[in-house]
Ligand binder design. Structure first.
Ligand SMILES: [Zn+2]
Length: 202
């Protein structure tokens, strides 16, 4: 949406979102869903509306944070050395801490926005961040309109087949890829030593 409206209108819309808790993207998508005669556009708008609803829930109470440069340097170096299949600049990634996630969920990604329980402070947590980072590339390559239906469709298919939610989740192709890179990054980090980021209490 950022490319549609000038900054002044965008600020007004953001203020509306802050006051009411209703995301602008949700309203925008619902309008497109109602008004567009094109079924493909309708489908994209429906997915957009659902995802912005989910994201609003996850975002509740979270705060933006900046991943330290020492962490990005390690990520860059790993990517360079390990035939990572995606190429994109990370400076568009927006990171949030204290996200409203289930206690067993370390993070969740919506396009270029990564929501985490807490700021990564050791090798394990940094590799879990890397897992979410892999999802940003998947979103970017396939687009939300492909990524979400494939992700959810595969999950439901596996759920019916295996009758086990955890197994089904781990069998999603996008997750399998993210877990694989998470593991490789953790091994790489551990082989190099320990990365520790001191989290300041707030
Ligand atoms: Zn994942």
């Amino acid at each position: 949406m950022s490319f549609i409206f000038p900054a002044r209108i965008r600020n007004e819309l953001n203020r509306f979102e802050d006051r009411t808790g209703i995301p602008i993207t949700l309203i925008f998508n619902l309008l497109v869903l109602l008004l567009s005669p094109n079924p493909l556009v309708k489908a994209a708008a429906l997915i957009g509306a659902i995802m912005s609803g989910v994201e609003t829930h996850v975002k509740k109470g979270s705060r933006k944070f900046t991943l330290p440069a020492s962490a990005w340097n390690l990520i860059d170096q790993f990517i360079e050395e390990n035939n990572f299949p995606y190429r994109r600049n990370y400076n568009k990634i927006i990171t949030y801490r204290d996200a409203n996630l289930a206690s067993d969920t370390t993070g969740m990604t919506f396009q270029n926005r990564i929501y985490l329980q807490s700021i990564p402070s050791n090798n394990k947590e940094l590799s879990e961040f890397f897992h979410e980072y892999v999802h940003t590339f998947q979103y970017h390559r396939y687009g939300q309109i492909v990524f979400i239906p494939v992700y959810v469709g595969e999950y439901l298919f596996e759920l019916v087949r295996q009758r086990n939610a955890q197994e089904a989740y781990e069998n999603i192709e996008f997750e399998d890829q993210a877990f694989d890179w998470e593991e490789r990054f953790l091994d790489w980090l551990n082989a190099r030593g320990i990365w520790v980021h001191k989290v300041r209490p707030s």
